[in-house]
Structures are given as structure tokens and as C-alpha cells.
Write a protein that binds this ligand. Structure first.
Ligand SMILES: Nc1nc2c(c(=O)[nH]1)N[C@H]1C(S)=C(S)[C@@H](COP(=O)(O)O)O[C@H]1N2
Ligand SMILES: [Mo]
Length: 508
């Protein structure tokens, strides 16, 4: 009997490839915001334990979604090959496994917030395509296995044509699915058509010298394209501003709903706010500063009439992510915004287009809901939000911190006078001073650049003297209340890292 297991594995791979591509292509037409792959991926994202997620963010950073998709495709390929072996050996068990994966895709779609009945079709189509292709190829392989010697060559060619042709179909369909996924033309077109009104209350003038322009230091204003992105969305939610509505529900006098046009017609204001992620390690880069255009959330809440006893607002995004924000932070003078603009443009899709929340002073996981669709006025005791349900603290005020941007860690620098510079932040409180220290020398005051507001980070720079050899440089900040940065090293879980940023350099 000829050796056929490599053909069987290849047949399984091809069947799995065609199944995935068919599912993604069908979803591009039927259910653009929820494909089989993204539905299953979202279930995986929600299910993995917090430490694993932490690890993924630490290792892959903003590329964590790409890494997960690559991992999923690898797993599907291995399972596909195994199904090929199984199907040729003991039909129909291989195709039964593929059908089970189709069913799992249906279950995953059912569990997602973007669910619509049409989202059930793509996984069904994927499963059916996978089963049909696998059964057809396995039949050819068995024909080749059992063929008398005289027919063996012809049967072998049938297998070759079947598997080869299938691989070509999988590649083309996969390519098309990839294009339809990456283009997202629709939302980009809609976004390009948005005309943001001018702010009735413009942003504060950036004082001269607020950006020191020291090479290596993050710019004072983070360009949208460089702004860190953190969310659980495998595919950026496609939200049409023409149909978008924000509902205010829960403990209110009357539920209200607002459209994008309604929102743009409000007296909008612009403010500078430095967003930060609770997963930012000391010295990390999950922080950025932008000019946000929006309408104060308190005006919307006032229009709905908040009832006695409420202490939180549960915000929900189009893809079902949730956050609980203290009611007070949304209604006090800090100007929490329902933001529509970022640095003079409509929000980029990955930063929440068309509308997101921006709340000065709170980590993003308890406040910065992107693609927001509902604000439910409630009580902390009655709600569980996405991350607070996974071991993170219910309250997430941003912690006072500072970072050395230059020199880079482990840099080789000339001995003598060296510029140490970076940023410090204590959103909603403000920074009053920054100090740096070399080895066991004393703390020396850095010069602080002018600040925009208490809600934004502030640059600093200092000159230090280095003798030849290896040195450790530390930074610490003090906030406007006079509190010094906490030196105790704590991990990011459950409510943000503490400790001082410390780097080593070698002077020559
Ligand atoms: N819909 C949605 N909004 C979200 C998140 C999310 O996962 N989904 N992540 C939050 C977290 S943890 C952070 S730190 C900020 C990051 O905002 P950015 O990606 O615009 O920088 O968004 C917040 N808003
Ligand atoms: Mo975050």
C-alpha cells in the first residue's frame, strides 16, 4: 500500500484552510463586525486568565492581537491536519471534528454582543465547506490507497490534483478574506465624511517651552498614529455614525438617547488629557497625550436626571466591553468628555470612532470606553465590569509616576555632563517637581517644563555628571499635593504599578 499519510494531513490542512476562508468571506458580506475567527478569538480573549493576558501585553504589546490570530491559525492548521489523518483512517470522524468546530463557531457568535442572526451563517458555511472538501479529498486518498498497481498512478494524480487544487482555492479565498478584512473601507469612508464642528470652548494654549524638544523624549502631544492602543477587540468595531446611538439608562428620571448628529450639535469643548493604561509598567509606554473634542458627560447625565443613591456609571461598548466609572468623576468639574475628536480629527477607528469616553485622572480600564453605546447609571454594588470582574480593582485613579526617556537603558554615553530627560504625570492633581539621582548620590532637582494643565503629563530635564563606568539613574516625581512618588515596587495588578524608573548606562 502506498504511503498516504502526508496526503491525508495535507487534505486536512486544505479543508481547514478553505473552511476558515469561506467563513471569513461570508462574514465580510453578511456580518462584517463578527466573523467566525473574531468571534472565537473574542471568546479566547475573554476566557484567558488575567496573568496570561498580562504576559501577552508585556511580550507582544500592541501586537497582541496579531499574535493571537497567528496562534489561532497555527492551532487550526494542526487540528486540520489531524482531521485529515483521522478522516482517511476512520471516516467520518475527521469531518465530524470539523463540523464540531463549525458548531463551536456558531456558539461563539451567539455569545458576542455584536450578535445578529446573520452572524450564524458564516460558521455554518465554514463547517459545511470544510466537511465537503475533506470528505471528497479523503475519498480520493482511500481510492489511491486501495487501487490495484495498474491504476495506482492515475489515482495518485487524482489526489495530487484534488489537494493541489484545493490548496490554490484556499490561498485565493484566504487572500480575498484578508483583503476584505484589512480594507475596512466602509468605516474609513464614513469617518472621512465627518465634519467636526469647532469647539465652543477651545483647548488651553500650550505654553511656550512645554515641549522641551530633547531628542529621545516622547513629544508632548502624541500623534494619533503613535498613540498606544489597548482593547479586547480583535477586529476594530465598525460603527456607522449615522445609526450610532448612545442610550442613558438605569437610575435616571427618564431614559434618553442621543445620536451622533445630536452630539455634534452640542456646544463642544476641547481639552488636553493624558490617557494611561493600568497595565503600564514603571517606565512603560502605554500612555499618551492628546487634545480631545467632546461634550461634558455631566450635561448628558443631567438631561436624563440621575436618581438618588447612584454611585457609578456602567458604560458599554458596541462589542460588549464594559467599565464602571465613579459617578462623581463624570459629574465633577474635571470635564469628563463624550469625545468625538482626537488632535483635530474624528476619533481614529481604533481609538473609538465615532464616540468614546475620556475621563481625566482615571486609568482607561475604568473610564475610557471606546465605541461607547450605553451609559447605565447604577451602583457599584450592583455591577461587574469587564476588568473588575477579572481581578482588577474597582477604582482606578492614575498613580503619580515618572519615566526616563533619555538616555535609553543600557546606553553607552560619554563621561562628563549628561542630559537626563523624560515625563512625569499625576493626572487631575498635577506635578510639582521631579528629581533625578545617580547611583547613591543625592536627589537633585530637575527643571520642569511648563505644563498644559493638571490633566496632562509634564516634561523635565536635568544635567548630571558621570564618571567613566557603569551608573544607575533614577527618577521620582512629586505631585501638586506634595506627595512623593511611591518607591515600593508593585506589579500592575490590581490597580497600577508603583516603584521608581531606574536605568543603567555606561559612561566612557
Ligand atoms: N470598547 C473598549 N474600550 C476600551 C477598552 C476595551 O477593551 N474595549 N480598553 C480600555 C483600556 S484598558 C484602555 S487603557 C484605553 C486605551 O485607549 P486607547 O486604545 O485609545 O489608547 O481604552 C479603554 N477603552
Ligand atoms: Mo488599559
Amino acid at each position: 500500500m502506498p504511503r498516504t499519510w502526508p496526503w491525508a494531513a495535507a487534505a486536512g490542512l486544505v479543508a481547514a484552510g478553505i473552511a476558515v476562508a469561506a467563513g471569513e468571506l461570508a462574514a465580510a458580506v453578511l456580518s462584517p463586525s463578527l466573523s467566525p475567527l473574531t468571534a472565537v478569538g473574542a471568546v479566547v480573549v475573554d476566557a484567558v486568565p488575567a496573568p496570561v493576558k498580562e504576559w501577552a501585553i508585556a511580550v507582544f504589546g500592541t501586537g497582541d492581537k496579531l499574535a493571537l490570530l497567528a496562534g489561532m491559525i497555527l492551532v487550526i492548521a494542526v487540528i486540520g491536519a489531524a482531521c485529515g489523518l483521522l478522516e482517511t483512517k476512520s471516516s467520518p470522524w475527521g469531518s465530524a471534528v470539523i463540523a464540531a468546530f463549525g458548531a463551536a463557531g456558531v456558539a461563539a457568535a451567539l455569545s458576542r454582543a455584536q450578535f445578529s442572526p446573520l452572524a450564524l451563517l458564516p460558521p455554518v458555511i465554514a463547517g459545511a465547506a470544510g466537511v465537503l472538501i475533506l470528505r471528497a479529498l479523503a475519498a480520493r486518498i482511500r481510492g489511491y490507497q486501495t487501487a490495484p498497481a495498474a491504476e495506482s498512478g492515475a489515482r495518485r494524480r487524482e489526489v495530487l490534483v484534488g489537494v493541489g487544487g484545493g490548496a490554490a482555492v484556499a490561498a485565493v479565498a484566504g487572500g480575498l478574506a484578508g483583503i476584505s478584512r484589512s480594507s475596512q473601507v466602509a468605516v474609513e469612508d464614513l469617518r472621512a465624511g465627518v465634519q467636526l464642528p469647532a469647539a465652543v470652548q477651545p483647548a488651553l494654549e500650550v505654553p511656550a517651552g512645554a515641549d522641551l524638544g530633547v531628542p529621545g523624549v516622547d513629544p508632548l502631544i502624541t500623534p494619533n498614529t503613535d498613540f498606544y492602543r489597548i482593547d479586547t477587540a480583535l477586529r476594530v468595531p465598525l460603527v456607522d455614525p449615522r445609526t450610532w446611538r448612545l442610550r442613558v439608562t438605569g437610575m435616571v428620571e427618564k431614559e434618553i438617547e442621543i445620536s451622533y448628529a445630536d452630539l455634534l450639535a452640542k456646544p463642544l469643548q476641547e481639552s488636553w488629557v493624558t490617557l494611561a493604561c493600568v497595565s503600564n509598567e514603571v517606565g512603560g509606554s502605554l500612555i499618551g497625550n492628546a487634545r480631545w473634542l467632546g461634550w461634558p458627560v455631566r450635561n448628558l447625565l443631567a438631561a436624563a436626571g440621575v436618581r438618588e443613591g447612584a454611585d457609578t456609571v456602567l458604560s458599554t461598548s458596541e462589542d460588549g466591553w464594559t467599565a464602571t466609572t465613579p459617578l462623581e468623576a463624570l459629574t465633577d468639574a474635571r470635564d469628563a468628555l463624550l469625545a468625538v475628536g482626537m488632535n483635530g480629527e474624528p476619533l481614529p477607528p481604533e481609538h473609538g470612532f465615532p464616540v468614546r469616553l475620556v475621563v481625566p485622572g482615571l486609568y482607561g480600564y475604568v473610564s475610557a470606553t471606546k465605541w461607547v453605546t450605553e451609559l447605565k447609571v447604577s451602583r457599584f454594588a450592583d455591577e461587574a465590569a469587564y476588568w473588575t470582574d477579572r481581578g482588577w480593582s474597582e477604582r482606578g485613579p492614575i498613580k503619580l509616576s515618572s519615566r526616563i526617556d533619555t538616555p535609553a537603558r543600557n546606553a553607552a554615553v560619554p563621561a562628563g555632563t549628561l542630559t537626563v530627560a523624560g515625563v512625569a504625570w499625576a493626572q487631575h492633581t498635577g506635578i510639582s517637581g521631579v528629581q533625578v539621582k545617580v547611583d547613591d548620590g543625592g536627589w537633585q532637582d530637575a527643571s520642569l517644563a511648563a505644563g498644559i494643565s493638571a490633566d496632562t503629563w509634564r516634561q523635565y530635564s536635568a544635567q548630571v555628571e558621570l564618571t567613566p563606568g557603569e551608573h544607575t539613574i533614577n527618577v521620582r516625581a512629586a505631585d501638586a499635593n506634595g506627595s512623593l512618588q511611591d518607591e515600593t515596587m508593585r506589579p500592575v495588578v490590581p490597580d497600577g504599578a508603583t516603584g521608581l524608573h531606574s536605568i543603567k548606562v555606561t559612561a566612557r
